[in-house]
Design a protein around this ligand. Structure first.
Ligand SMILES: Cc1cc2nc3c(=O)[nH]c(=O)nc-3n(C[C@H](O)[C@H](O)[C@H](O)COP(=O)(O)O)c2cc1C
Length: 217
């Protein structure tokens, strides 16, 4: 069901990067579950989904992460927090796993997926030919798409958020044991509800003029 275009623009104008969350306000479970599902639905190159989303609810862990995030208060005060972690490598085994998943979900014969599998294998076996020239750059780009989908979905649902890359990925990896999961911290989203006295809430959005940003050919 399409959302009215004015409503979409209104919601995207309403959102801003929250600096001060109301620590007492929690996102209802049903809403948070929908936001998790929105992130999982994010598109990625070939559909390979080179990411994991780490939802951190443990208070003590959030305190440690805040110390690794320039002490930014959103990390502990937001209702929810998710670390978008990217895969460090992509191997033929990952391609195989994905192919098996397609076959299972779509009830497709493996033989019909041969050419697609070949394309993906040639990419992961020759990372220098991938957009950005490496698995790292490629996986990072994909992971930011998931962040964007998450942020947009939150805005549509009236949930406040702050995208954050002001943190030390190495410390995050250690605190959350991410290397053992084959991923590394890439970018974070905190989510919840803005504090009534967050001075950033009332500030005008600063964007370059559409005429400067959008070029028509
Ligand atoms: C990838 C990314 C990382 C960001 N990191 C931080 C951060 O660590 N802390 C913070 O307070 N804001 C952070 N921001 C928020 C930006 O400063 C903000 O989105 C930008 O100024 C535009 O303003 P708006 O989102 O309020 O419209 C980040 C934004 C993005 C997209």
């Amino acid at each position: 069901m399409p959302i009215d275009s004015n409503q979409v623009l209104e919601n995207l104008s309403w959102r801003y990067a929250v600096k001060k969350f109301d620590a007492a306000k929690r996102i209802p479970t049903v809403t948070w579950t929908a936001l998790e599902k929105a992130a999982v639905l994010a598109p990625s190159s070939y559909g390979l989904q080179p990411w994991k989303f780490i939802v951190v609810t443990d208070g003590a862990t959030r305190t440690k992460l805040r110390a690794a995030s320039w002490n930014q208060p959103q990390i502990t005060d937001a209702s929810h927090m998710v670390v978008f972690a990217r895969r460090e490598t992509m191997t033929p085994a990952d391609v195989e796993k994905y192919i098996q998943r397609i076959a299972e979900v779509r009830q497709a014969p493996l033989d019909a997926l041969k050419d697609f599998k070949g394309m993906m294998l040639s990419s992961v076996n020759n990372p220098s030919g991938m957009p950005g020239g490496s698995i790292e750059t490629w996986a990072r780009a994909q992971t930011y798409i998931a962040l964007g989908v998450f942020l947009s979905a939150a805005a549509m649902m009236g949930v406040d958020a702050c995208p954050m890359e002001g943190f030390d990925p190495k410390q995050y990896d250690e605190i959350l044991g991410l290397r053992e999961k084959g991923v590394t911290a890439c970018v974070v989203a905190t989510a919840g509800y803005r504090a009534t006295d967050d001075m950033f809430a009332g500030m005008k959005k600063v964007r370059f003029a559409e005429s400067e940003v959008i070029h028509r050919v």
